[in-house]
Design a protein around this ligand. Structure first.
Ligand SMILES: Cc1cc2nc3c(=O)[nH]c(=O)nc-3n(C[C@H](O)[C@H](O)[C@H](O)COP(=O)(O)O)c2cc1C
Length: 491
């Protein structure tokens, strides 16, 4: 069934439109958010181990003027379903398992493209700021500034156990640690080298001026990093920062650090309070300009010539879905093991209040499904095509009308399009949706030759370096600028 058409086009004047942010979301794995679909004839995602799969995809998106190839990541298996600690269903279905490292894909894709930004997920919970800062500086050099970091605190217990912990670090404690983690990386990226420290003086033989490189002397609760940073200044220094926290602590962290936040919800009406809360916290608590935080929502699109053709396409795609894989993903995201329930049980009425509450919170917001039973099969079918979040199926006009509702009601600046097939989903967006967005004035203009190859931060905020209101900026050691002072660290 096509989604309800509640076009807001009449109320939005084209000359007031800011170009939308268009991101393509993928993962370095056979099945990101569409378990079973790796078998679909138009889906090449099972070729994720082949570099050409990635460079072809990046070129396609670059040619179509997408802003970002966004690569999500996790550091363990989804092992709640039929568990605990059972990776079997994930292994069998290929649901986000096996999963290769996202960072290593980027240099080849950068070499094959001109403008595309690479948003790379890296966890702060299982890494160290000194080594992570080095990897991102290297990528920022090799991409000439076209890299963004999606900062995550991770949520899989399997990741914790495989990193030597009995259980996950407590949720809010992960964010406190993350806060210090970012502080250390800002010191390394922004304050350890002055912009012009590298002299490459052929006459004297001096590579870099050691007076313009300093240690950071970080001694905090979680990390001790004397410095200096091992990498010379890269185009952005600090990579452009994405973040996707939804809890209270997560939103506070986003308000402080993020330059773009991901939000996820079924309905634009529900996402608006989150967007407003992050922006007002950014302004009131952290003194940041709310316009310096872009908001991007995750959405899955199935589009064809007409609403009916799109519905047929959805049914055809669904026939490739893997229910076990979907329940595996659901288990990892919610902590609920669906194997304990019979196939036809309606979860709106189960006795376990905690489970009912998690499910109600989610299912009650899925448009048009109030009166249907939420059985295991129904949940799996919902997840199979694009995961847990917002979806739209329909003609190009139906889809764009829905996207406009997200912009107007949800207050978002753009979309993270989930993939059902790769490159099929993105080819459909390029063929059907982008022309209508263009017609309605939502696309950025073709990039002029002299603006090609802009850094990620230039693309999103119009400047290559951290804005003055960002917390990392206080450490910035600019050419002719004062040597930054690192506040005394607490232990
Ligand atoms: C669009 C989007 C992308 C995300 N990507 C990842 C990811 O790649 N890896 C990950 O561990 N978590 C990812 N998350 C989950 C978030 O990092 C975070 O754990 C989740 O939103 C819950 O937030 P909270 O910890 O503040 O409750 C993503 C969330 C969203 C909305």
């Amino acid at each position: 069934m096509a989604q309800q058409n509640t076009s807001s086009a009449g109320r939005l004047r084209p000359n007031n439109r800011k170009p939308l942010i268009l991101n393509a979301a993928v993962m370095n794995t056979p099945s990101h958010v569409s378990p079973g679909l790796w078998r679909h004839p138009t889906n090449h995602s099972a070729e994720y181990t082949n570099l050409k799969y990635w460079t072809d995809l990046a070129q396609r998106l670059d040619d179509a003027n997408f802003h970002t190839l966004f690569i999500t990541d996790s550091l363990g298996s989804f092992d709640v379903y039929k568990g605990p600690h059972n990776a079997g269903p994930a292994i069998e279905s290929g649901a986000q398992f096996p999963i290769n490292d996202p960072l290593l894909l980027v240099p080849s894709m950068a070499a094959a493209t001109t403008n595309l930004v690479f948003g790379v997920t890296a966890s702060v919970t299982y890494d160290h700021p000194y080594s992570l800062a080095r990897r991102f500086s290297t990528l920022d050099h090799l991409t000439n500034g076209r890299v963004a970091w999606n900062v995550v605190t991770s949520f899989l217990t399997s990741a914790a156990r495989n990193h030597g912990l009995e259980e996950q670090i407590e949720h809010d404690e992960r964010y406190r640690r993350a806060d210090e983690f970012l502080d250390v990386t800002y010191k390394l990226w922004e304050g350890s080298w002055r912009d012009d420290a590298v002299t490459k003086n052929i006459q004297s033989g001096q590579y870099a001026n050691s007076d313009l490189v300093q240690e950071i002397h970080h001694r905090g609760k979680y990390f001790k990093v004397p410095g200096p940073h091992v990498c010379e200044p890269s185009p952005q220094r600090t990579p452009f920062i994405f973040q996707a926290g939804s809890s209270k602590a997560g939103k506070d962290f986003a308000a402080k650090h993020a330059e773009a936040v991901f939000v996820g919800s079924q309905l634009p009406e529900l996402v608006r309070p989150t967007v407003d809360a992050i922006k007002s916290t950014a302004q009131e608590k952290y003194g940041r300009d709310p316009n310096h935080i872009k908001v991007v929502v995750s959405i899955s699109v199935i589009v064809a010539e007409t609403d009916e053709a799109a519905t047929r396409k959805r049914d055809e795609l669904l026939s490739y879905g893997n229910i076990e894989g979907a329940l595996t993903l659901f288990g990892g995201w919610t902590g609920i093991d669906m194997s304990k329930y019979s196939d036809d049980e309606d979860f709106r009425f189960v006795n376990d209040y905690a489970i009912r509450s998690v499910l109600d919170k989610w299912s009650s917001t899925v448009p048009g499904s109030e009166n249907l039973p939420w059985s295991k099969k129904r949940i799996a079918e919902y997840i199979m095509l694009g995961g847990y979040g917002a979806k739209v199926t329909g003609s190009p006009e139906t889809v764009v009308n829905e996207l406009e509702r997200w912009i107007e009601i949800g207050g978002v600046d753009g979309f993270n399009f989930g993939s059902i097939t790769v490159p099929g989903t993105f080819d459909d967006l390029i063929k059907f949706v982008l022309p209508v967005l263009k017609e309605r004035g939502w696309l950025r203009a073709d990039i002029e030759k002299d603006k090609e190859g802009a850094t990620a931060r230039e693309v999103f905020l119009g400047t290559p370096r951290l804005t003055e209101d960002h917390p990392g900026h206080r450490y910035t050691w600019a050419r002719d600028g004062d040597r930054p002072v690192f506040p005394s660290n607490t232990e």
